[in-house]
Design a protein. Structure first.
Length: 156
């Protein structure tokens, strides 16, 4: 029946167009809201990423300072160890040579070495030196060679 009544067809078509227009407005509005929500969430995610990146950079920078400090301390330890190793080698070589040159005094030399070793192994003495060494707090007077440089009087 609707095909014979032009007013009915007109009203039906107009109502259908109105529904389609309303539906398209509603869909456009929902799409706009979805887009705004997505933009907001992306903005929040970017802010969070920026904040985390800043924290990471701060952590990296502070750790770089700590590592640089440790590297500097390590260089100090290596320098001190080198000086002590050189002194040890000089004294060991000297004591060996003295024992070779004066075999009759060898026992006296070895006894004196043992007395000094026993003295240096006393707990208080060891603790004092351990604290100085562990804090890299050895004075230059300890690290410098204890005898001044001199000309040889008896040249080999």
């Amino acid at each position: 029946m609707s095909g014979k009544n032009p007013f009915w067809n007109y009203d039906y078509n107009a109502a259908q167009r109105n529904r389609e227009i309303v539906d398209s407005y509603q869909q456009a509005n929902e799409a706009r809201l979805d887009s705004q929500q997505a933009q907001f969430e992306a903005s929040m995610a970017n802010d969070r990423v920026s904040r985390i990146q800043m924290q990471l950079n701060n952590t990296i920078n502070s750790h770089k300072k700590v590592v640089a400090d440790y590297e500097q301390r390590l260089e100090g330890f290596k320098h001190n160890l080198y000086k002590i190793a050189i002194q040890r080698n000089v004294f060991k070589t000297t004591l060996d040579r003295l024992q070779e040159q004066w075999p009759e005094r060898k026992e006296d030399i070895l006894d004196e070495i043992q007395r000094q070793r026993d003295r240096c192994n006393m707990p208080e003495y060891r603790e004092t030196w351990w604290n100085a060494v562990s804090h890299n707090n050895i004075g230059d007077s300890v690290l410098e060679f204890p005898y001044s440089k001199r000309e040889l009087k008896n040249k080999p």
